[in-house]
Ligand binder design. Structure first.
Ligand SMILES: NC(=O)c1ncn([C@@H]2O[C@H](COP(=O)(O)O)[C@@H](O)[C@H]2O)c1NC=O
Length: 514
């Protein structure tokens, strides 16, 4: 298909002039709308105003400019005798190439204080109509929605004198993805306006762009890719910048996310080490190096090959410590030059910089796939605060113990259920994760903690159905327990605590993580 006439109507005028000039030099006739035509004329590229084609002025402040049979007939006509005869009858010239990008709706709604009227005015109507028409008729028409494609399209026309079918098909796919994504942005914005940020809508529209292909998924036989939500701003794993190391794997991204989401919960200087999506070490310290060493000490066996997250800039002293064992990745707000010099000696170590973690991300919902559907829920962002804790035992915890309890409870929230966490001196000393009964999780945590269980705090993600967890805690030397409460047998657990002299507090908040 020779390209004789192109219609260009773009809001984003990046590389417009170079592209149009190239087309013009190939003898392509260019038709354009107001602002686009003006930019081209000023650059000396020959252009026909759209109103000369339609015989009708642009009206309603630009709401109607290309919505005309002279335009859509030219785009949608099959190059069959019947259609070409009809075009001739109505004096319509075929359009072989459509270059359109849409009103900047996403940028408009991202502006602070934008009004509904401004947003609505930035919903493009004529643009998507042309894009869809050209994409439908890709057998004869090329559709370009992305300035990044200009170079390839121009080079192909220069080399081959036409756009091959495969390229037209690929451009059509991109065009429909573009309008679908545009409509998703509009739908999601109107949903927010009508029913608020956290409302679960009657339909779920997701439009994400592939950030990278991954070598494989959880296992080498599973294909995988990472898709990024461009509407989510702020520091998070998807927005982190990789400064060094091997390409991130599927499991790395999953674990780095878990590590970061836990470490950002703490205001004290903290480090988290994740293995297989569970924290095997978490600690606070007066320095980051101290926090790291405490986190590592909790379970050095599991920490080998782990993913580390910190909530402070990684300094040289911490980097020296981190460089002593094999780690898969480190994610942190930033790294000093000295720290980077130390860590980059390890060729494979992935180093990820998030930027300041005090800024929250805009992401508030969590999505999980089941066969045939998606489960959507708010993220578990709550942690009990001291004032809300209910002391239920005769033994009352000290303020230091309460602080330690909340530290342990924060970690428990990030451990797969049934979850038991033991904490002592700002360090997790035992983690029991993902067992099918609570006693089983507790046993694993005690075993890991060994002697350190004595005088530690026990945190549980859900209530105790029986007093057995308390009795076992007493045997291991636990001095205080934090749990949601709410079992019909709470009284039995409280009695058991009173018998053993253990302090216990209820948070009223369950933290299952399946
Ligand atoms: N109303 C129409 O007929 C119409 N035709 C093209 N547009 C859009 O107008 C923009 C280009 O306008 P200009 O060339 O005036 O800068 C493009 O984003 C294009 O998608 C239209 N605008 C909105 O619907």
């Amino acid at each position: 298909m020779k390209v004789k006439r192109a219609l260009i109507s773009v809001s984003d005028k990046t590389n417009l002039v170079e592209f149009a000039r190239g087309l013009s030099e190939l003898g392509v006739e260019i038709v354009s709308t107001g602002g686009t035509a003006k930019a081209l004329r000023e650059a000396g590229v020959p252009v026909i105003y759209i109103s000369e084609v339609t015989g009708f002025p642009e009206i309603l402040g630009g709401r109607v400019k290309t919505l005309h049979p002279k335009v859509h007939g030219g785009i949608l006509a099959l190059r069959s005798e019947e259609h070409l005869n009809q075009l001739a009858e109505h004096n319509i010239t075929p359009i072989d190439l459509v270059v359109v990008n849409l009103y900047p709706f996403r940028q408009t709604i991202a502006r602070p204080g934008v009004t509904l009227t401004e947003a609505i005015e930035n919903i493009d109507i004529g643009g998507p109509t042309m894009v869809r028409a050209a994409a439908k008729n890709h057998a004869y028409v090329g559709i370009v929605v992305n300035p990044n494609s200009y170079e390839q399209v121009l080079r192909t026309l220069q080399d081959k004198g036409e756009l091959p079918e495969q390229l037209r098909l690929e451009l059509a796919r991109e065009a429909f993805a573009h309008t679908a994504s545009y409509d998703t942005a509009i739908t999601n914005y109107l949903s927010r306006v009508t029913s608020g940020e956290e409302e679960l809508q009657p339909e779920l529209n997701i439009s994400l762009v592939k950030a990278q292909d991954l070598r494989y998924g959880e296992n080498p036989h599973q294909k995988a890719a990472f898709y990024r939500d461009s509407t989510i701003t702020g520091p998070c794993v998807a927005n982190a910048r990789q400064l060094h190391g091997k390409e991130l794997s599927y499991n790395n991204i999953l674990d780095a996310n878990s590590a970061l989401e836990l470490v950002r919960e703490f205001s004290d200087t903290s480090v988290v080490i994740i293995k297989h999506n569970n924290p095997c070490g978490t600690a606070t310290g007066s320095t980051l190096a101290e926090a790291y060493n405490k986190a590592l000490e909790a379970d050095p066996v599991s920490a080998f090959g782990g993913i580390v997250a910190a909530n402070r800039v990684i300094d040289a002293a911490t980097a020296e410590e981190m460089a002593k064992i094999f780690l898969e990745a480190i994610i942190a707000p930033d790294f000093t030059d000295e720290a980077l010099a130390i860590l980059t000696k390890k060729a494979n170590l992935r180093i990820l910089k998030t930027g300041d973690l005090s800024e929250q991300t805009a992401d508030i919902m969590e999505v999980r796939k089941v066969n045939g559907g998606l489960l959507v829920q708010q993220m578990d962002r709550i942690v009990a605060n001291v004032e809300e804790l209910k002391v239920v035992t005769e033994t009352k915890p000290s303020p230091e113990e309460l602080k330690e309890m909340l530290f342990a409870m924060t970690v428990v929230k990030h451990v797969k259920s049934n979850a038991i966490v033991l904490a002592k001196d700002g360090q997790i000393v035992g983690v029991g994760a993902g067992q099918m009964n609570r006693v089983g999780s507790a046993k694993i945590a005690y075993e890991q903690a060994g002697e350190k269980a004595k005088g530690a705090i026990l945190a549980s993600d859900a209530f105790f159905p029986f007093r057995d967890t308390v009795d076992e805690a007493a045997r291991s030397g636990i001095k205080a327990i934090i749990q949601p409460g709410g079992s019909i047998r709470d009284e039995e657990s409280i009695q058991a605590c009173n018998q053993h002299g253990i302090a216990m507090v209820f948070t009223g908040i369950r933290h299952f993580k399946h």
